[in-house]
Write a protein that binds this ligand. Structure first.
Ligand code: 5GP
Length: 140
């Protein structure tokens, strides 16, 4: 079954569209965290970042930057968050790749940050070594 965002791409369900090109589409989130909360999707139905080709990553990033500039011009927020959830554990609900642009105003408490943890230098080096090994394997 097509994702809810594919149905938006196809015009089967309505959305407040902002911008589209061959590969991407931007529209307002139906349950905005703040005024101007926008979603940028790749039109192709792919679940998460690791499913995108480098070309699609670039296309979504370019649209995100373009639309974020417009949101900033329209609403003059004090800042904005770019959020992109991958997987249920990370809070992803719609499994069709999308980036959130969430305008922020000083003191708005719209989003809480993560709680900083701690790691020993040895633990950091062990984590870095594991990731470097994956990178040098050529699959990552
Ligand atoms: P996720 O948690 O997957 O990163 O976020 C999915 C987002 O999609 C949510 O913020 C939710 O409000 C938004 N959303 C879900 N269904 C619809 C819809 O039918 N239309 C629009 N415009 N946004 C939707």
């Amino acid at each position: 079954m097509a994702s809810i965002f594919t149905r938006i791409v196809n015009g089967e369900i309505p959305s407040a569209k902002l911008y589209e090109d061959d590969l991407t589409l931007a529209f307002l989130d139906i349950n905005p965290a703040s005024r101007g909360h926008t979603l940028v999707i790749c039109k192709q139905e792919l679940s998460g970042l690791l499913d995108l080709t480098p070309e699609l990553v670039v296309a979504v990033a370019q649209t995100t930057r373009k639309v974020a500039r417009a949101v900033v011009e329209a609403f003059q927020p004090d800042g904005f968050n770019i959020v992109q959830n991958n997987g249920k554990a990370a809070g992803q609900v719609v499994f069709h790749y999308h980036v959130h642009i969430i305008p922020r105003w000083d003191g708005d408490r719209v989003m809480t940050s993560w709680k900083p943890g701690s790691a020993t230098p040895d633990e950091l080096q062990a984590s870095a070594a594991a990731i470097r090994t994956a990178l040098s394997g050529g699959t990552a």
